[in-house]
Design a protein around this ligand. Structure first.
Ligand SMILES: [Ca+2]
Ligand SMILES: [Ca+2]
Length: 242
């Protein structure tokens, strides 16, 4: 490829990336409520971007606040059940949850060494469960923020339900929200932040898992190779037809 063409392609790609960054940061949020093992309840993922042990996760830390119930490592352990997956009754115990204090912030750093252009975030699934019917701790209320690879410590708020990104009091045994957005929610992401709030101002909500789904943003070299390969195939087909 001639240098001039490469520069033209690079400029086009920068414009495309720029347009992507300029889109609105509004999210679409759907809510599932039901009993454990109900149809429609998404299972916990153990291979999402922020799950413990995944190469896409750099660090996940509680940067503000405390754990008032359960333990922090339940947030991304790929499990809802505290290891006893065959017994739905165990759902309602407190040993497999993360109950953050009001205002607690969890900061997730994605592995930008492995993916220098950051990550596309397609969807985020958060699951809570607690106690008997009407227990306020089943609800979910948190703000979601993300930062981009160029400015990893500048966080952008994702707008969702009124008052917070997610603000659902909850009413059944399980509450699960799925956050999506303009596809994807954001691109070129370096970090995510979740700030948790008490739904009723008094009681902690108990989170069982947060799954973040997405993929590494392909590097330009990969895109150029793909484009060149495609062009080559088209030329080949065209010459064959002649
Ligand atoms: Ca868990
Ligand atoms: Ca997970």
């Amino acid at each position: 490829m001639r240098a001039k063409h490469f520069i033209q392609m690079a400029v086009v790609m920068m414009v495309v990336v720029g347009l992507g960054l300029g889109t609105a940061h509004a999210a679409t949020i759907s809510m599932f409520e039901g009993y454990p093992l109900s149809p429609g309840l998404a299972p916990a993922s153990n291979s999402d971007l922020i799950n413990a042990g995944q190469s896409t996760l750099s660090s996940i830390v509680l940067t503000t606040g405390t754990v008032v119930l359960g333990s922090f490592d339940k947030l991304n352990d790929g499990d809802y059940w505290g290891g006893i997956t065959s017994d739905p009754a165990r759902w309602e115990t407190y040993d497999a949850c993360f109950g953050p204090s009001d205002g607690a912030i969890v900061t997730v750093a994605l592995n930008t060494t492995a993916s220098p252009l950051g990550y596309d975030i397609d969807s985020i699934v958060t699951t809570t469960a607690s106690g008997g019917d009407g227990d306020i701790r089943r609800g979910q209320k948190f703000d979601l923020w993300y930062s981009l690879v160029g400015t990893p410590d500048t966080f952008v708020h994702v707008t969702g339900d009124s008052g917070a990104t997610v603000n659902r009091p909850g009413g059944s045994v399980v509450s699960q929200t799925t956050i999506t957005g303009d596809s994807p929610i954001a691109t070129g992401v370096a970090k995510l932040q979740f700030q948790f709030h008490y739904c009723d101002g008094t009681h902690e909500n108990v989170y069982r898992e947060i799954d973040v789904f997405g993929a590494a943003v392909p590097e330009p070299s990969t895109l150029v190779l793909l484009a060149t390969g495609l062009l080559g195939l088209l030329c080949y087909a065209w010459r064959k037809r002649k």
